[in-house]
Design a protein around this ligand. Structure first.
Ligand code: IMP
Length: 218
């Protein structure tokens, strides 16, 4: 069922991108049973899909280019994107913004994690951390839901504390996964875990679980 929904929405979203069809063709979907996740990141979608499936919800990938503003606050970035995505699609949608906050670097890269990943990458972060013993860091995820009927977006937060590894380990996941070890885990980096294992600890899974509980109750 979730796969079927995914295919349908991807086709529909192409229409949205071209601005051909803005009316809500999904108005008949059972309310509170499917979440339209605005992302182009398949890893994020798969993580969200597994968490939502635990809650009896389906995840649909909505491929639209939502604006990404520059801000020092993840919530502001995600809220601007979700408002834009609702405006462009006419659908109730979910947007997520996440960042890696490193204590020894005063929270860097934080809300700039995406830019820093593209420029310095994980190797650049490890270089900045060379010789630093205190390696505490956390991931913060802000999941925001908004719909054409809703007055303002609804935010859900998730954080996972951990340590930065000394070198990259593992080849699963994405982004900073090879250099982040969640403290509640067994010393593995996120990239050494399956999606199901990562979802036991991750910032995103925590935020999505909060969203799912709220979504089912609305
Ligand atoms: P965004 O939420 O896609 O803007 O993510 C910002 C940056 O953090 C990107 O470079 C992502 O690759 C990275 N990132 C976000 N979430 C995760 C995660 O769960 N694991 C590893 N890196 C992540």
């Amino acid at each position: 069922m979730p796969n079927l929904v995914l295919v349908t929405i991807t086709m529909f979203s192409r229409k949205v991108e071209k601005g051909l069809d803005k009316h809500n063709v999904f108005a008949d979907f059972p309310k509170g049973r499917v979440a339209f996740f605005v992302t182009t990141n398949v890893h994020k979608l798969n993580e969200a899909r597994q968490v939502l499936a635990e809650q009896g919800l389906a995840a649909a990938m909505l491929r639209i280019e939502a604006i990404e503003v520059q801000s020092d606050h993840l919530e502001e970035i995600a809220e601007a994107s979700v408002r834009d995505a609702v405006e462009k699609s006419g659908l109730p949608v979910l947007v997520e913004d996440a960042g890696l906050f490193i204590e020894a670097l005063k929270g860097f890269p934080g809300p700039y994690s995406s830019y820093v990943y593209r420029t310095l990458g994980t190797k650049g972060i490890l270089k900045l951390m060379e010789g630093i013993a205190k390696r505490n860091a956390y991931f913060h995820s802000v999941v925001v839901f908004h719909s054409p009927e809703q007055a303002s977006p609804q935010c859900f937060h998730g954080k996972v504390e951990g340590e930065l590894a000394v070198k990259e380990r593992g080849n699963q996941g994405f982004g900073y996964d090879p250099i982040f070890e969640p403290r509640a885990g067994t010393g593995k980096t996120f990239a050494e875990m399956t999606t199901a294992e990562k979802n036991r600890f991750s910032h995103r899974a925590l935020a999505i679980r909060k969203f799912a509980a709220w979504y089912k109750s609305t």
